[in-house]
Design a protein around this ligand. Structure first.
Ligand code: SF4
Length: 234
């Protein structure tokens, strides 16, 4: 049992599925189908997906669906790629799901993970957003296509640069490192200024990031989407 969810490779607990566009990172603005799996043991205090794990936000029902049913639904929208997210999707065995999407339907697969658990399945793209509650596994750092650091405090950039270097991200690595304001602080000039200074002084892979889909309210235009939870009141 992880994050309050029994894992079952043949039927995944689903928080929501929807068709929208990728609002972050290198694939910003591209049409994507999202599969948000239920369950996460990390309990970040500012989580905007608390409906996937927090008892006070848990929906009345968490349906379980087979990989084939999910792949069939995704294929109907003809997305450019499918984003598997959560919660923390890597608490589940993702191999049957990526097989159904890739081999069964010819869909490209993207993963959004904290990196706290080893990655199963086959992915065309991996976004790793590390969290302090459980530092990322070195194999996940090696597999990452891009990094997303949530800047929630003045020391966040320095902390994560140091941690990712220790975990094997080479100093001359060109993989982008996106610096995102933690969303409840997205108008905090201190946090935004910190990101701006970090990009100006570090240059290279460091980039200022944003959750553009939230400005557009793009995800909620699909009736299948469940609205974001507010930050968790811990
Ligand atoms: S932010 Fe991500 S890793 Fe943290 S509790 Fe929420 S779903 Fe889990």
């Amino acid at each position: 049992m992880l994050g309050g969810v029994m894992t079952d490779a043949r039927r995944y607990p689903i928080h929501e599925t929807f068709y929208s566009w990728q609002g972050e990172g290198c694939h910003l603005g591209r049409a994507a189908f999202f599969i948000r799996l239920y369950g996460c043991p990390l309990k970040c205090p500012w989580c905007d997906s608390a409906g996937t794990w927090h008892p006070q936000h848990r929906p009345k029902n968490v349906p379980r669906r087979t990989p084939e049913a999910l792949a069939e639904e995704a294929a109907q929208d003809r997305p450019e790629f499918v984003v598997i997210t959560g919660g923390e999707p890597c608490i589940h065995d993702l191999a049957p799901l990526t097989s159904a999407l890739r081999d069964g339907r010819g869909l490209r697969t993207h993963l959004e993970t904290s990196g706290a658990f080893p990655i199963s399945g086959v992915f065309d793209w991996v976004t790793l957003s590390p969290k302090r509650a459980m530092l990322p596994h070195p194999s996940c750092v090696a597999a990452a296509s891009e990094f997303k650091i949530v800047v929630d405090s003045p020391d966040a950039v320095e902390f994560w640069v140091g941690e990712l270097e220790k975990l094997g991200r080479a100093r001359d690595d060109a993989r982008p490192v996106w610096l995102h304001p933690e969303w409840s602080r997205h108008a905090d000039t201190a946090i935004l200024g910190l990101i701006t200074e970090a990009v100006k002084t570090r240059r290279g892979p460091f980039r200022a990031g944003w959750q553009m889909h939230k400005l557009y309210r793009a995800d909620s235009l699909d009736a299948r989407a469940r609205p974001d939870s507010s930050p968790v009141p811990l």
